[in-house]
Write a protein that binds this ligand. Structure first.
Ligand code: ADP
Ligand code: ZN
Ligand code: ZN
Length: 829
């Protein structure tokens, strides 16, 4: 055993790793990834052991004080990932490690108190009296309690001492040597997220035949047959409390039915699936379809990778509905079969209920969901269960990558192009690149799947850094009867809105879109109307002088909200004000809102089609709890005809009744001073178009634009990924943007414009001389310039962009206090 340990301490203000000595009495218990308590300056802090070393880097090392938990909180693969991420993203290691520990782990830790004399058994009454002799009443009570109950944690003692500060007394007893104390992580609480469910396990005839002899007495027979009848009607799994309520039976009745093999009883995770009641019940649940020939070809390669130790990541490039999810499921099954675990990343659980549901159906009781509704305690419990290997599949957004699974066999990233995989606050990181590295370190199979991979992801495949698997055709969705029927992607028509204006149509809908809306609604089918970006372009300006109302804090145009009593709102910081009656600049009363937001579209549809039921799904309508679920389930169960929404619509929804998708204004987001803006518009348009025609009813997409000749719009309308990719690559090659060069973005924010600028100039100067001194002629420095969104929450933003073969090297080992440093940023706005 090496005598010293390298420890990353959990102190936000210090970024470093420190060496500590291992005292003899702890030597048997410490290991890599253990959470320990160490002295740090005048405090004692938590830290994690990274590795053991022979020689410390400083002469007088302090000793580790305690081990908090007998099991490590990080696996050694996680430590390797954390060190890689810290280096690659220029972030402090402690900040990355923090991502991997459940928030509040520090607070979870508790102190366990033991009565020292307990080693020789509990004290007799006499012994107790003499120990407590001369002590305060509280001290005596603590001793008595511990003598009766054995060692107790602080939280347990709390319940015996309401409104009494017993801790001070306990500390005093510790110093006197009467009590011993030790930090611990408490065991997970009850698995409150689980409910017991029952489901019929035999064909109906068999159940029917069993009905007459389910009990000896009339009463039991009645209860049990009522329960079985209920489950025969239900087919799908049902919460046992519903079965009790419906049939008057109890748990032991159900247990007897289960023993006889008529039903299964199991635990199921509570997960409110907005589409649950809508989909055809029973039939598809958990059933395993035979792979299409295209899927089978891809699957062969993926499966082979499981038996190889080294493999490249797969890029599963398949149009919406081509069967990608089915392959993630197969791969997860393969991992589990090999005794390993799988991580499935999705953009956001509330927005991808169908994917989640399919995993829950195929891995009953084995799935851990990580979603934003989990409380801190639930997160901690999920983390504990993952650590012990109790969870075989973990599904969640980017943070799910850090579930401490002991032996990962698969990491799959669904919709791998999605912007939510990038964490745009420090520590900045991209979960997709982290997933690739993690898979490599863990020897796991990695699958990135999307209909619209990013240019860089696709380039990596072309450059041989990943293996591309193509699924070019979509499969008719599960509701269809014929197996392996292929559907065409819906036709997209481009409508030139300039022509509409010329023809005197000043409305927000072209004549074609109006006609299509009318036809679709008359057929009793559903429509999605899409607007890129929330509240887009509803800015308010003075027709007289052109003055645009802006947020005083962020300098971005305020957007107009009719619903909220004509309020103007800033979507960056939440600033809101009443719409003024006069122009603050010239005093004219000609204040008008311009452009359109989803509210405007909603109102307009309501005016034109009063009989249509319209739902709006955007930033504004989803601020309330459960709003996503409510809106989605309303629409999916056809309690609404038209869904007006923003980006959220672009995730993987499968809504077979939707036969018309109208993109109200496709140009939004194009022509911004950002190398990634075309890519984002192409992705969102292609994804939204994929929402139409998911069933044999067919479908169509209408795309309204003022720039019909724009190449991005052209490519999106033709479902032409390859064309877009070629054109985008050519442009980036000329400008040296990724994948032909890498970017680092440095941003500085300050309340005073001059201070922000001065700091930006100073740092840019320093960087320029360094670039010259090192002779890195291929690296260009852009800026310093104010950011496109030049003010945010009252602070001015300035940026510097480095572009070159490896700009990270130039920054390595340097300090940029107060700067936000983003390696491989996903936007330069
Ligand atoms: P993607 O993830 O590419 O959008 P999915 O895996 O969700 O595609 O598949 C689209 C639809 O086709 C789903 O309804 C799914 O149940 C169905 N499906 C997938 N694979 C098959 C298959 N091999 N046979 C029959 N149906 C399938
Ligand atoms: Zn004015
Ligand atoms: Zn603002």
């Amino acid at each position: 055993m090496k005598p010293f340990a390298q420890i990353v301490v959990n102190v936000p203000s210090v970024a470093g790793v420190f060496d500590y000595a291992i005292p003899e009495d702890l030597a048997g218990g410490v290991g890599i990834g253990h959470l320990v308590i160490v002295p740090f300056g005048k405090q004692t802090v938590q830290g994690v052991i990274l590795r053991f070393i022979d020689q410390p880097s400083v002469a007088d090392t302090k000793e580790i004080l305690e081990i908090v938990d007998p099991d490590p909180v990080l696996t050694s693969t996680q430590i390797a990932l954390a060190e890689w991420m810290a280096g690659a993203t220029l972030s402090p290691l402690a900040a990355i490690i923090n991502l991997m520990l459940p928030s509040g782990l520090g607070q979870q830790a508790d102190v366990r108190y033991t009565l020292r004399t307990m080693d020789d058994g509990p004290l007799t009454d006499d012994g107790l009296r003499s120990t407590a002799n001369g002590l305060s009443q509280i001290n005596a009570r603590i001793i008595k309690l511990l003598n009766e109950r054995g060692p107790l944690c602080g939280r347990q003692i709390d319940t015996h001492f309401r409104n009494v500060d017993w801790r001070k007394s306990a500390e005093w007893l510790v110093r006197r040597g009467v009590l011993a104390k030790k930090s611990v992580l408490p065991a997970p609480r009850v698995r409150s997220k689980y409910i017991r469910v029952a489901q019929l396990a035999v064909p109906l005839e068999e159940a029917e035949a069993a009905l007459p002899d389910l009990g000896q007495t009339e009463a039991t027979l009645k209860r049990r047959s009522a329960a079985l009848r209920y489950l025969m009607r239900e087919l799908d799994e049902a919460n046992v409390s519903w079965v009790y309520a419906e049939s008057g039976c109890n748990l032991s009745d159900l247990q007897i039915l289960a023993e006889r093999g008529l039903i299964v009883l199991r635990e199921s995770e509570i997960w409110r699936d907005p589409l649950e009641r809508v989909e055809s019940r029973g039939i598809e649940r958990g059933s395993i379809p035979e792979l299409t020939p295209e899927q089978a070809q891809s699957w062969e390669k993926i499966q082979k990778a499981f038996s190889q130790s080294m493999h490249l990541p797969f890029l599963l490039h398949g149009v919406t509905g081509s069967g990608k999810t089915e392959l993630y499921i197969r791969a997860a099954e393969e991992a589990v079969r090999r005794g390993k675990q799988a991580i499935i990343l999705v953009p956001e659980i509330a927005l991808t209920p169908q994917t989640v549901r399919r995993f829950l159906a195929r891995f009953p009781g084995q799935v851990g969901l990580i979603h934003s509704k989990l409380s801190e305690g639930e997160r901690y419990d999920t983390w504990r269960r993952a650590r012990t290997g109790l969870l075989e599949v973990v599904i969640g957004p980017r943070s799910a990558l850090f579930a401490p699974l002991p032996d990962i066999g698969l990491i799959a990233v669904d919709e791998c192009h999605d912007g939510s995989y990038y964490q745009s606050e420090p520590p900045f990181y991209h979960a997709v690149t982290a997933a690739q590295t993690y898979a490599r370190l863990a020897g796991a199979v990695c699958i990135l799947g999307s209909a619209t991979p990013t240019i860089v992801q696709r380039w990596d495949a072309d450059a041989g850094e990943s293996v591309r698997l193509d699924l070019p055709r979509r499969i008719a969705s599960a509701q269809e009867t014929k197996p392996h029927q292929h559907l065409d992607l819906p036709p997209v028509s481009i409508i030139d809105m300039r022509e509409e204006l010329k023809e005197g149509n000043r409305g927000i809908f072209s004549r074609d879109l109006l006609q299509a809306l009318d036809d679709t609604l008359n057929r009793g089918e559903q429509v999605i109307l899409f607007l890129n970006r929330r509240g887009t372009a509803t800015y308010v300006f003075c027709r007289n002088c052109g003055y645009v109302l802006k947020c005083p804090q962020c300098d971005t145009p305020l957007t107009f909200h009719i619903e909220e009593k004509e309020r103007l709102v800033c979507h960056h910081c939440g600033y809101a004000r009443q719409k003024p009656s006069k122009c603050p600049e010239c005093g004219s009363t000609q204040i008008r809102e311009y452009g359109l937001g989803s509210e405007r579209v909603e109102t307009e549809v309501g005016n034109l089609f009063p009989q249509a039921r319209v739902l709006r799904w955007d930033w504004e309508t989803t601020r309330q709890k459960d709003a996503h679920e409510i809106i989605l389930s309303h629409f999916a169960s056809h309690r609404a005809d038209v869904l007006v929404g923003t980006q959220m619509l672009a995730k993987g929804l499968d809504l077979p009744l939707v036969t018309l998708v109208g993109v109200v204004l496709a140009d939004v987001g194009l022509n911004l001073p950002d190398p990634f803006s075309s890519e984002r518009v192409f992705q969102v348009l292609t994804q939204v178009a994929g929402r139409a025609g998911r069933s044999t009813r067919g479908g169509q997409v209408i795309l309204q634009t003022f720039q019909p000749e724009h190449l991005t719009i052209q490519a999106a309308s033709g479902h032409d990924y390859a064309g877009f990719y070629e054109q985008e690559l050519a442009g980036r090659r000329v400008l040296g943007y990724p994948p032909f060069g890498r970017l680092v973005r440095l941003e500085y924010r300050h309340r005073e414009y001059d201070r922000a600028e001065a700091e930006a100039q100073k740092t840019a100067g320093r960087l320029k001389s360094r670039i010259e001194a090192e002779g890195r002629l291929q690296t260009t420095l852009v800026g310093p310039v104010p950011c496109f969104f030049s003010k945010l929450r009252g602070e001015y933003r300035w940026q510097i962009v480095l572009r070159g073969p490896n700009p990270v090297d130039i920054l390595q080992g340097q300090r940029f206090d107060g700067w936000r440093v983003e390696v491989d940023p996903t936007s330069l706005l």
